[in-house]
Design a binder for this molecule. Structure first.
Ligand SMILES: Nc1ncnc2c1ncn2[C@@H]1O[C@H](COP(=O)(O)OP(=O)(O)OP(=O)(O)O)[C@@H](O)[C@H]1O
Ligand SMILES: [Mg+2]
Length: 405
């Protein structure tokens, strides 16, 4: 367990001693200062979590000290104590960010309860900070490896990124990614591949709904020369191409029932048999599937095999539609505006609050893809290079899209 550090700034020794002794008996690490200057010096040297601060201090008013602490070390929580607490002082202390206030004399048990509560709060903030740092690191890594970041501040996006890094490490796990069109399923699939040890091998991307039925086996599993009319050469199938890498089966929900059966064996035994061959080939492929359809519903309607569903979906990542994570819209807007403006050598638009507000309340049936296209159009269409015309275009495009749905 990490140490929890508390600093007491009070000129009255009797109070310092009383609080200090009590807190030490509860295993806190305690520092003491009888003057604000000594207290502020200690804050520079030690990573203090909570300050217990008196108001009437020599040299500087406690409220002033409180403001300095909050300005310089916003993560530190401050509990105020005073012998002359009037309403005004209490209100000011709270306004400047104190987390609690006790008039002297106080009961130690009350101070302890307040410290316990504040400690929980500080720990929660630290945890959040660590998660944010992790998230930023992962995002950066993805950017370096795939050239595209997964942008978002919503808890949904953050937990998806965390999950991606865990799945990337367990490198045989098959993953099913669900979500409406344009939510970023392919982006997530690529991210998992490039974060995993398979990153130097193929990420092979197949749209299942586009593979003709008569070529299905030959395309996925390969064939031997002479296996059928027209098979003039040996052919390597997609599973084999993706060996040691990742095979991304997009639109899996559109796969016909009779073709679904053909995947069962390869997913179960990691073996394929080329058309016209009578020997098996071992393969080591991670299969990531994606669909914007409701597979559970398709299973109930007997249009999708349940046994295949379980083989594909050791893990399921669901990406919620953009309208259910509106907090991602402003940051995506800024990211795409910045990206396209740079690409097109235009000035980077400063986005007005009004525009952000309008866009945030739009439903985005086409999700992130629609937002991305909208910003691209806005930046292409604007004629002048002024920020105003770019903003104006964003508004016009929004209007056009609104009337077209
Ligand atoms: N969180 C995000 N951050 C940055 N770009 C994103 C994000 N989500 C999606 N995009 C971008 O939006 C576009 C659509 O994403 P993608 O192709 O991954 O969607 P999809 O879910 O596979 O859609 P479909 O079901 O239509 O195939 C891509 O250009 C992708 O880079
Ligand atoms: Mg896709």
């Amino acid at each position: 367990m990490t140490e929890f550090k508390i600093l007491i700034i009070d000129d009255e020794k009797i109070y310092r001693d009383e609080i200090s002794e009590f807190l030490k008996s509860k295993d806190y690490v305690v520092y003491e200062a009888d003057k604000p200057s000594i207290g502020l010096d200690l804050l520079k040297k030690e990573e203090i979590d909570i300050v217990i601060l008196d108001i009437n201090l020599p040299g500087m008013d406690g409220l002033e000290v409180l403001q300095i602490i909050k300005k310089k070390y916003s993560e530190i929580e401050v509990i105020m104590i005073t012998g002359f607490g009037n309403r005004r002082t209490i209100i000011n202390a709270m306004r400047y960010g104190a987390s609690d206030f006790f008039p002297k004399p106080f009961k130690l048990i009350n101070i302890q309860t307040s410290i316990k509560r504040t400690k929980r709060f500080v720990e929660m903030k630290k945890q959040l900070h660590r998660t944010q740092q992790n998230f930023d690191l992962l995002s950066k890594e993805l950017q370096e490896k795939t050239g595209s970041q997964i942008i978002g501040v919503s808890s949904a996006i953050k937990s998806i990124i965390n999950l991606m890094s865990k799945i990337a490490k367990s490198d045989k796990t098959n993953v099913l990614i669900t979500g409406e069109s344009g939510t970023g399923k392919e982006l997530v699939a690529r991210g998992i591949h490039y974060l995993s040890r398979r990153k130097n091998k193929y990420f092979y991307d197949v749209n299942c709904s586009a593979v003709p039925e008569n070529l299905f086996e030959s395309e996925f599993f390969g064939h031997k020369k002479g296996a059928f009319t027209g098979a003039t050469e040996n052919k390597t199938g997609w599973f084999q191409i993706a060996d040691k890498g990742t095979l991304f089966l997009d639109e899996i929900g559109d796969l016909q029932l009779n073709l679904q059966t053909k995947f069962l064996r390869v997913l179960e035994q990691n073996k394929i048999r080329r058309v016209g061959s009578n020997t098996d080939l071992e393969i080591d492929v991670r299969v990531i599937t994606a669909t914007n359809r409701n597979l559970q519903k398709l299973i109930r309607e007997k249009k999708f095999r349940e046994d295949l569903f379980y083989r594909f979906s050791s893990f399921i990542i669901h990406i919620p539609p953009l309208r259910e994570r509106k907090e991602d819209i402003p940051i995506l807007l800024e990211y795409f505006a910045d990206m396209f403006a740079k690409e097109m050598k235009r000035p980077i638009p400063e986005i007005e609050r009004k525009v952000v507000h309008k866009i945030t309340n739009y439903k985005f049936p086409g999700n992130v893809r629609e937002l991305k296209n909208m910003i691209e159009q806005a930046i292409i269409l604007c004629e002048g290079n002024t920020l105003k015309s770019i903003l104006f275009r964003i508004r016009v495009v929004l209007k056009l899209q609104k009337t077209s749905i």
